[in-house]
Design a protein around this ligand. Structure first.
Ligand code: ATP
Ligand code: MG
Length: 294
């Protein structure tokens, strides 16, 4: 199993998270927009080579999960990271409100079907974590899940945390490296981004009344995030809480953590054995001496 990489944004692995310690702001010495973009491009170049190796090695997978409040920049961050990855080696899945079929199964079913194969990178835009976030903020959603609830609802969230920890540990033991990002946007920055969606015609399509309604539950969401991150940041599946009020900085930091994680996995091109090498030499000989009539 790989270990989390060192980062100021790594959420403590012992449950001792203080949500106030997490910031939505970049550090004071944050480079300018141009420099952040250049740094991001450098990280993406690295990613490209590492992803080829992961694909060729074909023994492990990388699962990257994104969770965030609306307008934090999940989509654009995923797009930025994807530009550096061969599309055949990477798949993105977005999880919205569950369908009737999905509601007929346990809460890990729909995401399990979308897990990356060996050699691939899988990106989840939202995930089973919605089950301890949006569903916790709106427990009325549980009705459509048709499960037997424990007498104390709080026990349900604790059971889900335990299921998630065990599930992720199982994946990690079986060759899937897991990375989880919470893009931490502030309430004020979200307000500004919603306003710019309303004020600029080319952004109207991004505006959703539902997003503003959810904003009214901000404190409940923060509480749910706090408990979720604290309960599920583990050595085999760490959370990184990335400041999201400055988008160029955020994208660079996400790419850096992905690159460092892949680097620590050190994927290797497979070596051919002696017999294969001998066959290759014969093939080379044949090809070198091939004439147009043969
Ligand atoms: P974008 O707005 O950028 O297209 P999005 O991920 O916000 O992307 P929406 O269709 O706006 O997509 O919202 C999806 C909604 O589905 C979110 O409000 C999310 O909380 C909700 N959702 C996701 N999973 C579940 C779940 N298991 N149960 C209930 N709601 C869920
Ligand atoms: Mg949305």
């Amino acid at each position: 199993m790989s270990s989390p990489i060192d980062s100021p944004y790594l959420v403590p692995l012992d449950g001792g998270l203080k949500i106030k310690a997490l910031t939505s702001q970049p550090p004071d010495d944050v480079p300018g927009k141009k420099r952040c973009k250049k740094n991001l491009a450098e990280e993406i170049d690295y990613l490209d080579e590492l992803q080829r190796r992961l694909y060729a090695e074909d023994r492990r997978a990388l699962l990257i999960i994104f969770q965030a409040m609306d307008a934090a920049g999940k989509d654009s961050t995923i797009r930025a990271v994807m530009t550096g990855i061969d599309p055949s080696g990477c798949q993105v899945f977005s999880f919205k409100q569950p369908s009737k079929l999905e509601l007929d199964h346990d809460f890990l079913w729909r995401t399990t079907r979308a897990l990356p194969e060996r050699g691939r990178i899988g990106i989840f835009n939202r995930s089973y974590y919605e089950e301890t976030l949006v569903v916790r903020v709106h427990p009325e959603y549980l009705e459509s899940q048709r499960i037997n609830l424990p007498p104390e609802l709080n026990d349900l969230w604790q059971q889900r945390f335990a299921s998630i920890r065990q599930f992720e540990q199982h994946l990690a033991l079986n060759g899937t490296v897991i990375l989880k990002f919470w893009l931490n946007v502030s309430k004020e920055e979200q307000r500004m981004r919603f306003l710019s969606r309303l004020n600029e015609a080319h952004k109207h399509w991004k505006f959703s009344i539902k997003d503003v309604e959810e904003r009214a539950h901000w404190d409940d969401y923060m509480k749910a995030y706090h408990e979720t991150l604290a309960a599920t940041s583990k050595p085999w599946a760490p959370w990184y809480a990335i400041p999201a009020d400055n988008k160029p900085y955020m994208r660079w930091q996400v790419a850096k953590i992905i690159r460092k994680t892949l680097q620590s996995m050190a994927p290797q091109y497979p070596q051919v054995d002696k017999d294969e090498l001998q066959q290759f030499n014969q093939m080379r000989h044949l090809l070198e001496h091939e004439t147009s009539s043969s």
